[in-house]
Design a protein around this ligand. Structure first.
Ligand code: HEM
Length: 396
């Protein structure tokens, strides 16, 4: 059997790489269909075709060992496993069916008006200020308001949401300074989450309560309902914040594309999708082989971990023309930013609704948007985007 091992000494989690990840993504993708990352003893693929194939084959590529760097079956996990993210069918299926129901476009339709009202307020405040850090004033403020409200979270304790999300995402990576920092800053975040996911702590008309209703009908257990509510607190906020900030960063640097969006705010969705492709907010997802499997010309053995480099795949020249250009007119179908297959992002409908509300409001109210300084990347083991995006907004 063919067995070529291409080993790279590129470390995707080194701080200088996280600050400027495209060269390392390119090195992984171009070296071979699959490479061995010497620094972490795992496989990685940055090619679109291989990533798509791995996502679709959950029988060969299990999620039960966790989707981060560690094998959670060896007790290396930092929290009880997710009934969704860390499960395979058939265990995954019942939980996923519930989430599909509560997050279906029809179930969420009533949220659109509320999203539009909050988006208008957020954008009006930013326009009145003139110069803002869009990462905080737009990209963070909007989801931090509408998502917890939609889930039905209590008003108190929301300051723990971002530290909890940081703990979640940094813990997917290696034991480095970013992970230690997230641990240090976690404060009472774990206790807050344990408290907030209980039925009694949720409003009775939100998505959280809708999940618990499926425990009453026996579709899932009460414990599973709590874990499903938890997935909103960990997966649903930071990803959207970073995606929105990245779109504003790009559009501030492309006046002709801003002009197109301003002239036709229905392009908000396209601007968002291209932002997801170009600055993939969740750039790495892991799977573990359940059997011997050949990727390209390389043999991967059972229990070995493979990192799918989604950011690299979303710029694979084998799949995309001019991949290193942000272009909101591009056809972005097939980007892997929301994953694919049985685990494809169950929150993508709500993420898109948020993007259309915020970017649409911005497009209508702002004639020009200009950089007011350098954007600063967010350094994170498991997320990508900007910590700061200073912009000047010229009202329409
Ligand atoms: C731009 C924003 C978002 C991005 C880039 C994103 C990305 C992803 C990706 C790549 C996966 C696949 C994970 C895997 O295959 O192992 C995923 C799954 C998931 N996402 Fe998102 N996500 C976003 C927004 C959201 C939101 C708003 C929510 C909740 C409301 C959410 C909840 C989830 C959950 C619960 C899963 C696990 C699904 C499963 O395992 O069946 N995400 N997301």
């Amino acid at each position: 059997m063919t067995d070529t091992v291409v080993e790279l000494d590129v470390d995707p989690f080194a701080l200088d790489v996280l600050a400027d990840p495209v060269p390392a993504d390119t090195a992984v993708r171009e070296a071979a269909p699959v490479v061995r990352l010497a620094a972490h003893g795992v496989w990685a693929t940055g090619r679109h075709a291989e990533v798509a194939a791995v996502f679709r084959d959950w029988e060969t590529w299990t999620s039960t060992a966790g989707t981060g760097l560690a094998d959670i079956r060896r007790g290396e996990g930092w929290r009880p496993p997710s009934v969704l993210l860390d499960a395979d069918p058939p265990a995954h299926t019942a939980a996923r069916r519930v989430m599909n129901r509560v997050l279906a476009p029809r179930a969420l339709a009533d949220l659109a008006d509320r999203f539009a009202v909050v988006a208008a307020e957020v954008v009006d405040d930013a326009v009145a200020a003139g110069e803002v850090d869009a990462a905080a004033a737009l990209a963070e403020r909007f989801p931090m308001t509408v998502l917890p409200d939609a889930v039905g979270m209590a008003p108190e304790g929301r300051e723990h949401l971002l530290p909890y999300a940081a703990l979640n995402f940094e813990s997917m990576g290696p034991h480095n300074s970013l992970r230690a920092e997230a641990e240090r800053r976690a404060g009472g975040a774990r206790e807050y989450v344990a408290w907030q996911v209980r039925r009694e702590a949720l409003a009775d008309d939100g998505i959280g309560a809708a999940i618990y209703a499926f425990a009453d009908t026996g579709d899932i257990t009460v414990d599973d309902a709590a874990l499903l509510v938890r997935s909103f607190l960990s997966a649903g906020i930071d990803t959207t914040i970073l995606a929105l900030g990245a779109v504003v960063h790009e559009l501030a640097r492309r006046p002709e594309q801003w002009a197109a969006l301003h002239a036709d705010p229905t392009l908000a969705r396209a601007a968002f999708e291209e932002g997801l492709r170009f600055h993939t907010p969740s750039p790495v997802i892991g799977r573990t082989a359940t059997r011997e499997v050949v990727v390209g010309e390389t043999l991967v053995r059972p229990d070995e971990k493979l990192l799918m480099m989604l950011g690299a795949a979303n710029r694979d020249p084998r799949r995309w023309d001019a991949p290193d250009v942000y272009d909101l007119h591009r056809r972005t179908a097939g980007h892997t930013a929301f994953g694919a297959g049985v685990h494809n992002c169950v929150g993508q409908v709500i993420a898109r609704m948020e993007a259309e509300a915020l970017l649409g409001a911005l497009a209508r109210r702002v004639a020009r948007i200009e950089p007011a300084g350098e954007s600063r990347p967010r350094l994170s083991n498991w997320l990508r985007g900007f910590a700061s995006v200073p912009v000047r907004l010229v009202p329409a």
